[in-house]
Design a protein around this ligand. Sequence first.
Ligand code: NAP
Length: 279
Amino acid sequence: MKKVYGVIGDPIGHSMSPVMHNDLFEHNEIDATYLAFHVKKGNLEAAVTGLKALGVSGFNVTVPHKTDIIPLLDDIDPLAKAIGAVNTVVNTNGKLIGFNTDGRGFVRALLNKGLSLTEQKVLVIGAGGAARAIYFSLAEAGVKEIDVCNRTVEKALSLKEACPFSVETKVSSISEAEKTIVDYDLLIQTTSIGMSPQVDDTPIRFKALKTNCFASDIIYNPLETKFLKEAKFIGASIQNGVDMFVNQGALAFEIWTSIFPDTNRMTENVLKQLGGSSC
Ligand code: NAP
């Protein structure tokens, strides 16, 4: 019988996941389909009960349900539990088990660029849901120093305090971080600033960066944010959010099928949907 997978969220109409995963099922000769389900906040419990009753094999979870879904699951991976957010669910013998592949997907994307993570002095800009997944996953991967700056400093502080892995972290405002930005090997922009249509905005200002600095922005629309343009102009290597999106999807596909898919194929597929080329 054909297996059914999907993604739940609100809004969901622009999700690139259905095209990406359906292509992977076809390419790997798996008899399955992946659908987008528009689930409003008040309908989450009914939707999850329904997906379980229908025997859906697995699904992704996106805004605004990543945290609210946790008490509705039968079990949760320790990293997802620590992060407090789930983006991937697998149905194993009728039990729904939650994972978070966002942060580990980001880490994979960095490793694919040849970075030796343990040697990096890292600055994470932002302390929202995505920053939390990235910070915990970098700490899990053994990065020794990850500083965090955010508009709301208390949120950065609570992120640091909740991390189950040992990591040295200084927390600051964005304006304080600007003064020492030249010290960092790796800058990770995780705020929503610079996202289309506000493409002329950037969260942090700098005139110089460390030699060989690597700047990563998790936004993929536009493919090159103002933050990335400014970092590139000064000489940094850059990476946009397509790689994170593809790798979180690849890890979800692996959880569902035990097959790690062709990420180059996935990147081409996503870029086609976005109408551009990656950096
Ligand atoms: P979130 O939880 O709402 O966090 C938003 C972050 O942006 C917070 O740090 C927030 O600071 C900051 N921020 C928002 N408006 C700001 C402003 N005007 N000035 C200063 N800081 C501001 O969102 P999220 O889920 O982490 O997502 C953040 C971005 O990542 C989005 O653009 C999303 O599309 C992208 N994303 C990409 C991927 C991928 O696969 N590539 C995956 C997940 C998310 P405060 O704490 O002070 O409010």
